[in-house]
Design a protein around this ligand. Structure first.
Ligand SMILES: NC(=O)c1ccc[n+]([C@@H]2O[C@H](COP(=O)([O-])OP(=O)(O)OC[C@H]3O[C@@H](n4cnc5c(N)ncnc54)[C@H](O)[C@@H]3O)[C@@H](O)[C@H]2O)c1
Length: 395
């Protein structure tokens, strides 16, 4: 018999712990299953610390803290998830291991239980085919750290039923997340549309157009981004960021638009991963000074225009191919990676014709597929339309 307010989480790591926290905060009973008992102990103490900090800051009181903790139980066997109505998997990003865990889970939960994966890069269709009723399988992609990041991408696979999609969406909404719907394509919304933020910055650096501090300065000071691309890659880790890029590139059958950079690959190979290793594009050791940027405004604008035009192109193409709606694409980028503006809204502000000419200039210069302009943007110029107003801009 499944209970409507019991959620299961598989994997007690970074993501699983955050998912358990938000579900328990929303009043759900949560069972966290992990096959590593040391990981469970570590997760418990980390959660305790996070909640202690929330109490210290006055965000929750101590009775709320005990409620949250009491709502969460831990299991070292998968059968502990038997009574759940929704199970979200957040274990290692390995398709074989995930599929075998889903096969086992399938035998241990009721037929009504919704089974979800928090995968960042695997197709939902491929994981759904591991369970006996793929109609009840769905992707629910949270962002790190889960309690702080508002966004969750909901990704039905081609087998997922509408009922599963609606139920999953309304549960995650009720946990306080902003949900967006995404098609089951590589990188979903955020990890696809954000690629040029890193890729084009690396390309500008590789061509010797600007150095890293200058690109970071321009993107923050002129572009309004919270972090520059190189600072952000160092923060995420060059291993993780490179792997996402390479995975998206391969998943798009080698589309040159997503081609990774040798510069970043070498950083990963050298173990210069960023903050976590003390050195990446920048040196994080004690007393080290960050190199000064060249703060020439015109040069800065050129850098921002180029990267933002590539981001807009990616967002427009995602809309063109029905990956997500206009609003969901803009919400995803402002809440999943904290962009200062929705990219499609930004395109309207810059002017669609200007976006197209920025992209065409790049294409004419390099003759590379990477710089092909989305047919949607081109059509919009012909039609004098923009993303947020149906009526003609020139009338
Ligand atoms: N970390 C992120 O920023 C992020 C963001 C979005 C999505 N994701 C996705 O979330 C998933 C988990 O990532 P993470 O960073 O939390 O990983 P993590 O390494 O922090 O935690 C994974 C946990 O899964 C457990 N585990 C491994 N194999 C298991 C098995 N067979 N059965 C039960 N438990 C098992 C491990 O003991 C570990 O505690 C991955 O699919 C990842 O792609 C991660």
């Amino acid at each position: 018999m499944s209970n409507h307010n019991i959620a299961g989480v598989i994997g007690s790591g970074t993501m699983g712990r955050g998912i358990a926290q938000i579900a328990a905060t929303a009043g759900w009973q949560v069972v966290v299953y992990d096959n590593n008992t040391a990981a469970i102990e570590d997760s418990k103490s980390k959660l305790q610390k996070v909640l202690n900090r929330l109490v210290e800051k006055g965000k929750i009181d101590s009775s709320k803290q005990s409620n949250i903790l009491n709502n969460i139980t831990y299991a070292s066997e998968i059968k502990g998830l038997a009574d759940c109505s929704l199970v979200i998997e957040a274990i290692v990003e390995n398709p074989e291991i995930k599929r075998s865990v889903f096969e086992e889970l399938d035998r241990n939960v009721s037929k009504e239980c919704i089974i979800a994966s928090n995968t960042s890069s695997l197709s939902i269709a491929s994981l759904a085919s591991a369970v006996s009723i793929p109609e009840r399988f769905i992707g629910i992609h949270f962002f790190n750290p889960v309690p702080l990041m508002k966004l969750a991408e909901i990704i039905p696979g081609i087998q997922t039923s509408q009922e599963t999609t609606q139920t999953a969406k309304s549960i995650i909404d009720s946990w306080g997340k902003l949900t967006v719907m995404a098609k089951d394509t590589p990188g979903f919304i955020v990890n696809r549309v954000a690629r040029p933020f890193y890729g084009e910055a690396l390309r500008i650096y590789d061509e010797g157009i600007a150095d890293m501090p200058t690109i970071d300065w321009a993107m923050k000071e002129i572009g309004g981004f919270r972090m520059g691309p190189f600072e952000l890659m160092d923060f995420i880790g060059n291993d993780i960021n490179y792997t996402v890029t390479e995975t998206v590139f391969n998943a798009f059958f080698g589309d040159p638009r997503y081609r990774p950079s040798f510069t970043q690959k070498r950083m990963m190979e050298a173990g210069l991963l960023g903050r976590k290793t003390g050195k990446g594009y920048y040196d994080y050791s004690e007393g080290s000074q960050k190199p000064e940027p060249d703060t020439d405004e015109m040069h800065g604008h050129m850098i921002v225009d180029r990267i933002v035009a590539m981001l807009i192109n990616e967002a427009a193409d995602a809309l063109h191919f029905g990956i997500a709606s206009r609003d969901d694409i803009d919400i995803a980028m402002t809440t999943g990676v904290n962009y200062p503006k929705g990219l499609l809204k930004w395109a309207d502000e810059i002017g669609i014709d200007r976006c197209v000419s920025l992209l065409d200039n790049l294409f004419n210069r390099y003759h590379e597929e990477r710089y092909r302009c989305s047919p949607l943007l081109r059509d919009m110029v012909t039609e004098h339309s923009n993303f947020y107003q149906e009526e003609s801009v020139n009338s």
